[in-house]
Design a protein around this ligand. Structure first.
Ligand code: ADP
Ligand code: MG
Length: 374
């Protein structure tokens, strides 16, 4: 073996960027989260050729001030977090300052942006692969907000690019599911998603902004259709998370924690009624959130399907479930793509959820098919 030497900076950047942006879905996720963090109430997502040619996200958020153009797409530059202490309190989706820099390393990125001060004139920003601004003197008509265009995703990682092209329809479908997850949970945000194939644009998702107390129901109706919505009932569970007794058994006496009021996890949302004897419905639609943040949890998803299976083997559940968790119970900073969240005592949470769900369904086991729609 030769001497140990440092990997060239540009190569490190490309390697690590591929862990933040894994596919079309994660690219879209980073862009829409930035739009939401910027306070957008209107978000348009335009795919070209299912995202293999380009992905464009247009928002009406805060826009970016000219003084921030140069640092915008540099790695670990963020306006959302300054010290590690902040990390336990982050309210924004982003905080690592990695998304734009990763996208620049992996694709061709252009932005149009205007703050209230510059509108109705926006600035066009072109970035190089290190995230530096190549050009910033072109102007464009632009209301307040930001447009980010990502072209030719993964062109700098040829194997990934080939995989992307090969699986593009599946990648696009995953991105649509993600967009549905956000469209369902966001309050007062208008969503428009479209895909253009050979210049012909087809709408994929249209949700108008609703901010009333029933906004989740309104969003679900817009995303899945009024018929799907009519088959749902409110989900409202309180999972008592235990106990110190439970924890004592598992972790040993020195790690016993005081149980307190925060040990109740609230689960709110909508759920389809288990309908015994119904035939196989379309695939599961289980959308899980922690404090409004979409969350993929195989374990929790499985616990919902298991409870359903106890009623009926064929029906696929529709679940929209937002868990209210104390901020010190979970850590979003586990994986670069932030898809994995570390939940303190997740196993107890999963068990608690199953028990609560079974209890809430059990009394109506016999009458479920008769219960009226809400
Ligand atoms: P992070 O979201 O973790 O801060 P990003 O690389 O996604 O990192 O974005 C870097 C910074 O660029 C953000 O902190 C924000 O200040 C700015 N930014 C990115 N996208 C937008 C947008 N759509 N509107 C306004 N500002 C944005
Ligand atoms: Mg971000």
């Amino acid at each position: 073996m030769g001497d140990i030497a440092r990997i060239a900076k540009a190569d490190v950047h490309r390697i690590t960027s591929g862990q933040v942006v894994l596919d079309v879905q994660t690219a879209v996720k980073e862009l829409i989260e930035n739009a939401l963090d910027a306070g957008a109430t209107s978000i348009e997502v335009r795919f070209k050729e299912h995202g293999s040619e380009s992905i464009e996200v247009i928002d009406n958020g805060s826009g970016i001030a000219p003084s921030n153009y140069e640092s915008l797409a540099l790695k670990h530059y963020t306006s959302k977090l300054t010290t590690f202490d902040d990390l336990t309190n982050v309210e924004t989706y982003g905080f690592r300052g990695e998304a734009l820099s990763s996208l620049c390393a992996l694709a061709e990125v252009q932005m149009h942006t205007a703050t209230a001060t510059e509108a109705p004139t926006g600035t066009i920003l072109d970035f190089d692969h290190a995230g530096h601004v190549k050009a910033r003197d072109k102007k464009v008509a632009r209301q307040r907000g930001t447009t980010v265009t990502v072209e030719n995703l993964f062109h700098s990682l040829p194997v990934r690019r080939r995989e992307l092209l090969k699986n593009i329809k599946r990648e696009y479908t995953k991105a649509q599911t993600l967009l549905q997850a956000y469209a369902v949970i966001t309050k007062g945000v208008r969503w428009m998603v479209s895909n253009s194939i050979k210049g012909r644009k087809t709408p994929a998702l249209t949700v108008s902004a609703s901010s009333g107390s029933n906004y989740v129901a309104a969003n679900v109706g817009a995303v899945f259709g009024p018929k799907a919505m009519a088959s749902l009932i409110p989900l409202n569970l309180e999972i008592p998370l235990s106990g110190s007794a439970l924890r004592r058994g598992r972790q040993g006496p020195e790690e016993v924690e005081e149980s307190n009021a925060e040990d109740t996890v609230f689960v709110r949302g909508l759920i389809s009624r288990p309908t015994p004897g119904s035939g196989r419905s379309s695939s599961d639609r289980i959308f899980l959130y922690i404090n409004g943040r979409p969350w993929d949890s195989t374990k929790l998803t499985r616990s919902f399907t298991e409870v359903y299976r106890s009623f009926n083997t064929n029906q696929a559940p529709v679940v929209i479930a937002d868990l209210t968790l104390a901020r010190d119970r979970y850590d979003v900073n586990v994986s670069p793509d932030k898809r994995t969240m570390l939940i303190h005592n997740e196993a107890d949470l999963v068990e608690g959820l199953k028990t609560c769900l079974e209890e809430s369904f059990a009394p109506s086991r016999a009458t479920f098919t008769l219960a009226g729609a809400t």
